[in-house]
Ligand binder design. Structure first.
Ligand code: FEO
Ligand code: CA
Ligand code: CA
Length: 694
């Protein structure tokens, strides 16, 4: 473990130097998504682009008038009879929190002064709120975990400790004052994790691999309403670390397909591990879904890429420039195991209540760079999962189950509900603008079916083809290329669906012209920012898309849509805040994850602010006179991205995963860009809960 090598950071030499677009550091780009932005977008198709004159509409919009189709309110949580699991569906534990100050104000109702943009190395909330760090990278998760020692890391320790770079945060209620916290560990940054010379290359790889995955941690309420802390490990029987050697079962129509078989798994039904788990969702039946996102970057070319999958690899960005993991596990060598990458890129389902359960990868929900999946219920009780494929120019998807959710609190109902994501229909979205004349970015949309569990709707492709290579199937039905679709989630109060579209530096290029749903092109940004046109132009600050299912039914195949937010500096004319007065909102850039409180307010976390501030979390009402009033609730430390977020505990708690603090260009373990949460001389990604001060 202590062998000193001259090449202590073999990956560092691979991290590009020079200017980066936006605020994203080279380290984040390399370690999180394999420098996706530096490569051609993997969607080469040319379809369904609307070369309208929407640019001319900038600065002369009227108040958005809502979707073009019926918007019947749908209270999703109210459909569910069982109190405990209903709470799980909305993310709110069953027992209301004790009143906080002032006057019992909650995060949903509190009036607060927005946090000003800043570059502090601190987690900063609006005044009147406190926050606690609930769990840090390396903290014990499983009984017997050693105390964290950054110089004595090991695979055995990492299997029992909280993984690196927390992302999705879910909370599932237990009895009394306890709950299960479920967190994704998206990726690792070896430059920040390991002291120079302390570990061999292979040790670094093995420990980093183990720091990917998920954690389940029992937590209990603190003394102040909205505060939470870790429960003692002695009673935390559900606690669990899911990592690169955890066995997953493949479900659905593609399970067992020959293209999922490897030498270690001739059945094509069992996969070891989950990778690059980004966002997720908590289901109405009390499980957690997690998206395998930039999985393509972990595979090495070895003796070369198998030409049989050239088109498929290209469309998924699988180039063979991996992390060298094949030296410690040959399944990451594409020349030996060409099917191994087909076993990643799925939606994963974990049952946190059953620590002995085998987590599953659902082929029925398609394979792409899954940001996450959020389940709502259709009017008839079928489960509807909304999903984004986070790549420039890729698509929005949804899945509608064949069977209905059973709300009864019985073991039989639970067994049934655990099958819901294995049978149904997978759709991709096409958005059509209604023209610039109305001064709004809006229109109608259609969910185009790709396949059911028994029938393909894409010519020349089988059901298994569609599910294994969903991007290629979708390309054939002309969906709308979007600007990096991230979190997509239905508002449980107004029934509308909100999608974060983070940014797109190449929108407006020949391969990706503007359309009404993706209206900002490079020249507009150049004009608005007074900056020269560069490859960093385009949609730099992102949008929030609002979709209104026809008839208020999530199973409907038609919907209305409008761009609820066009993010950026409110002083820039292209921005739009749902019609609210621009002079009274917080600047917001690069929306990534979304959540809702009990009033239906939208909460947004950001990733990659390009306006000169740290990332953070924002609250914005979506209805009434305050619709579009974006207010920044908190900022995260230097170099970090705000993930989660989650509102719980009777609206008194805001959970935020602080991912990659200190990941700024030039940072190393010895010279960190942050030391947050300031318990050590180096940064530790951690989950925070914020709540009204007592
Ligand atoms: Fe892991 Fe799409 O952000
Ligand atoms: Ca319009
Ligand atoms: Ca994300």
């Amino acid at each position: 473990m202590t062998s000193v090598r001259p090449e202590t950071r073999p990956l560092l030499s691979l991290v590009p130097k020079g200017n980066r677009h936006g605020s994203r550091s080279h380290l984040t780009c390399f370690f999180r998504c394999g420098n996706a932005c530096d490569k051609p977008e993997p969607n080469p198709t040319d379809h369904a682009h609307i070369q309208d004159e929407i640019a001319k509409a900038v600065g002369r919009r009227s108040i958005l008038r809502g979707g073009a189709v019926g918007a019947g309110a749908l209270v999703v949580g109210g459909v569910i009879a069982d109190g405990g699991l209903a709470a799980a569906a909305t993310g709110a534990p069953t027992r209301p929190g004790r009143p906080g100050r002032p006057g019992g104000a909650t995060l949903a109702t509190a009036e607060f002064s927005p946090v000003a943009p800043n570059r502090r190395d601190a987690f900063t909330t609006a005044s009147g709120f406190d926050h606690d760090v609930v769990i840090r990278w390396g903290d014990p998760v499983v009984k017997g975990a050693p105390d964290f020692d950054v110089r004595r890391q090991s695979v055995e320790a990492a299997e029992k400790q909280f993984g690196y770079n927390c992302d999705y945060v879910g909370l599932l209620p237990l009895r009394r004052d306890e709950a299960l916290l479920v967190v994704n560990h998206e990726y690792t940054d070896e430059n920040l994790m390991f002291p120079a010379g302390a570990y061999s290359d292979d040790e670094v790889k093995r420990i980093a691999m183990t720091n990917h995955g998920m954690s389940v941690v029992r937590v209990r309420r603190g003394r102040t309403a909205g505060s939470w802390r870790r429960a003692g490990l002695g009673r935390a029987v559900e606690n669990r670390r899911i990592h690169i050697r955890t066995t997953f079962e493949l479900t659905g129509p593609a399970a067992g397909d020959v293209r999922l078989r490897t030498s270690a798994d001739p059945t094509g039904r069992q996969v070891l591990g989950t990778l690059n788990n980004c966002a997720g969702g908590t289901t109405p039946w009390g499980t957690v879904l997690s998206g395998e996102e930039n999985f393509n970057q972990y595979f090495d070319a070895g003796a070369g890429l198998n030409p049989a999958y050239a088109a498929e690899y290209q469309r998924y960005g699988i180039s063979g420039s991996g992390r060298g993991w094949s030296s410690v596990d040959p399944r990451f060598d594409l020349s030996k195991e060409p099917h191994e990458p087909h076993r990643f890129g799925w939606i994963v389902e974990v049952d946190p209540y059953d620590p002995g359960s085998t987590p599953r990868k659902h082929t029925m929900l398609g394979r792409f760079k899954h940001e996450g999946a959020n389940v709502s219920l259709a009017r008839d009780g079928r489960a509807v999962a909304y999903m984004g494929d986070d790549e420039r120019g890729d698509y929005l998807y949804k899945f509608v189950s064949a069977d209905r959710f059973d709300p009864k609190p019985t073991a039989r109902a639970r067994r049934h509900n655990l099958t819901l994501l294995s049978k149904g229909t997978l759709y991709v979205a096409r958005l059509t603008g209604d023209g610039a004349e109305d001064g709004e970015y809006d229109g109608t949309g259609t969910w185009i079916p790709l396949c059911s569990d028994s029938q393909s709707f894409v010519a020349g492709m089988s059901v298994a083809d569609v599910l294994l290579f969903t991007r290629l199937a979708a390309d054939k039905v002309a969906p709308t290329k979007m600007d990096r679709p991230e979190d997509v989630e239905a508002n449980p109060v107004n029934g509308k669906v909100y999608a974060a579209l983070t940014n797109n530096s190449r929108r407006g290029s020949a391969s990706m012209p503007v359309d009404e749903a993706n209206p900002l092109q490079a020249s507009q940004v150049r004009a608005s920012l007074g900056a020269p046109l560069t490859s960093a132009s385009g949609n730099r600050n992102g949008y929030v898309l609002e979709m209104t299912p026809a008839g208020g039914d999530h199973a409907a195949t038609e919907f209305g849509w409008s761009l609820f937010l066009v993010c950026g500096d409110p002083a820039s004319p292209e921005t739009w805040f749902g019609g609210f007065d621009r002079s009274k909102v917080s600047p917001i850039s690069c929306p990534d994850n979304v959540a809702f409180d009990s009033e239906g307010n939208l909460w947004i976390s950001t990733d990659g602010n390009v306006l000169g501030s740290n990332d953070g979390v924002f609250r914005v009402p979506v209805e009434g006179p305050s619709r579009g009033h974006v207010q920044q609730f908190c900022t995260v430390p230097k170099g970090a991205e705000a993930c989660g977020p989650l509102i719980t505990d009777g609206d008194r708690a805001l959970w935020v995963a602080v991912q990659h603090p200190g990941e700024i260009d030039g940072s190393t373990f010895e010279e960190p860009g942050s030391t947050w949460p300031h318990t050590d001389a180096f940064p530790r990604p951690s989950v925070v809960v914020a709540y009204p001060a007592r």
